[in-house]
Each structure stands twice: as C-alpha cells, then as structure tokens.
Design a binder for this molecule. Sequence first.
Ligand code: COA
Length: 260
Amino acid sequence: MAYSTLLFDLADGIATITINRPDKLNALNATVIGELDDAAGRVEREPEIRGVLLTGAGPKAFVAGADIGEIGGQGASDGQTRALRGQRMMRRFERCGKPVVAAVNGFALGGGCELAMACHLRVASATAKFGQPEVKLGIGPGYGGTVRLPRLVGRGRALELLLTGAMIDAQEAWRIGLVNRVVPADRLMAEATALLRTILENGPLAVRACLELVDSGLDMGLDQALGLEAGWFGVLSATADMREGTRAFLDKRKPVFTGT
Ligand code: COA
C-alpha cells in the first residue's frame, strides 16, 4: 500500500513511521488512521522489522489530535465507529510484539497523546506539549485516553488532565510519568533511536515476552499474572537465545541472539 499521509522508512531493522500532514499539525483523519493500521500490520508481519519509531513531520506537532474538521459533523454511530477504528489501530501497535517508541516532536494532544500512550515508550522533545483537550470541544477521548492515561500516571493526575483539558509541557509530562525522557529538540531522533537500539541488542523473544507480560499482566490479578510470568520464564528457558545469553555472560563476551 502506498501511503499518502505517512512516510515509512525501514533501515537497519527499525521502521520509522512519520505522520506527514504538517500543515494540519498531523491531525488524525480517517486516511491517517487507515494508513497507520496498515503500517501496524506490516510491523506485525515483516520479520525484518525489529522495532518502530513513530513521529510527526515538521517542527510543531507530533499529532494535534483527531481531525476536528472530520469529527464536527459525525453522529452517534459514526462517532463510535471512528473511535473503534482508531482504538484498533493503536492496539495493533501496542500488541505487535516489537518495541514501539514514540518520538514526540511537538504537540501531542487528544488522539496524539493517546497514540503516544499506545506506544511502549515515549521520548519527548523539550518543546513537546501534551494534553487531552477533548472536553473543551464538548466530547471525550475516543482513542483510549481515559483508559491508558490513568494506568500511566495514576487516577488523580489523569482526571486532572482529562477534566481540565489543560496542556502540560514536556518537563511536567516527565515528572508525572507520562514520558520516559525529555531531550533537546535537535537530539530527539538520535536519542529515541539510541533507546530503541539498546532494546534491540537484547534477546528478541525475551523482549516480546516482557511486552506481552506487562500488557496482559496489568489486567490480571496478582497470582494469575505471576503464573503467566512463570510460564514465559519456562518458555524462554528452552530457547537458544537463553543458552547463548547465559553462555556469553560466562564467556565474558557479547551475546549473538538469533530470536530462536
Ligand atoms: N484537527 C484539524 N485541524 C487541525 C487540528 C486538528 N486537531 N489541529 C490543528 N489543526 C489545523 C488548524 O486548523 C490550522 O489549519 P489552517 O492553517 O488550515 O487554518 C493548522 O492546523 C495550524 O493550526 P493552528 O491552530 O493555526 O496552530 P497554532 O500554533 O495557533 O495552535 C494548537 C496549535 C495545537 C494549540 C491548535 O491547533 C489546537 O488547539 N488544535 C486542536 C487541538 C485539539 O483540540 N485536539 C483534540 C481534537 S479531539
């Protein structure tokens, strides 16, 4: 599929996906959502893709939210369908089994904040701004804002952002745990790439297991989640990568993982 609103670049195992509507601050219209869904499918399917960087084109915005021009005229049924489509796309990235890092280069508002939260890690430029301003438009979040925000920053802080619709800067987003790192704007892609590369040096099956365990385990009771973790510990114990990782440690050399 040729994309009209995304740039998709694959180099050295990393797919860099850039939402490319800078004149509309990369707002998520139906085309962007559909193309991101397709891109998530590529990430799931293509073994040469080992990790993902997700960012926005231009100096101003990561994503300034759902396309307000599109949602303005929607009714109940199209509104629900729009929410479900966006949620499905974001869930696909979240469940793709490969690390996805958001490089947040500017405004991450509404659907932009939600998209960043569906990524596994967030690196923010010092100029980035975050918020869930939907209530200011008389609507609520539709792409997981009320679900992922309290899980990331806690109920009280999430409710403050959701109910006021206020914007916070990157430093405050870091303070409350909404982003993992804040870096100078001109270092954003380099730092996000370095973080992803650090992850990609590790055993890919073990990384996949961590993604799966945190995603599934958070919605389970303690004992069930511990049981799942023990099951994966057993599965990973039977892999060539685990033999290689432990042997390399004892041999005082870097491991060479094969994902088997
Ligand atoms: N949907 C559609 N278009 C959007 C958009 C959105 N979410 N956010 C910005 N744009 C468009 C603007 O309409 C403008 O288009 P135009 O040049 O054709 O008039 C262009 O992007 C630039 O935005 P502008 O508002 O002029 O930039 P700014 O620097 O003055 O303000 C923001 C930046 C992010 C504060 C402001 O654009 C904004 O509040 N956007 C909406 C954020 C929002 O409520 N998101 C949640 C949606 S549910």
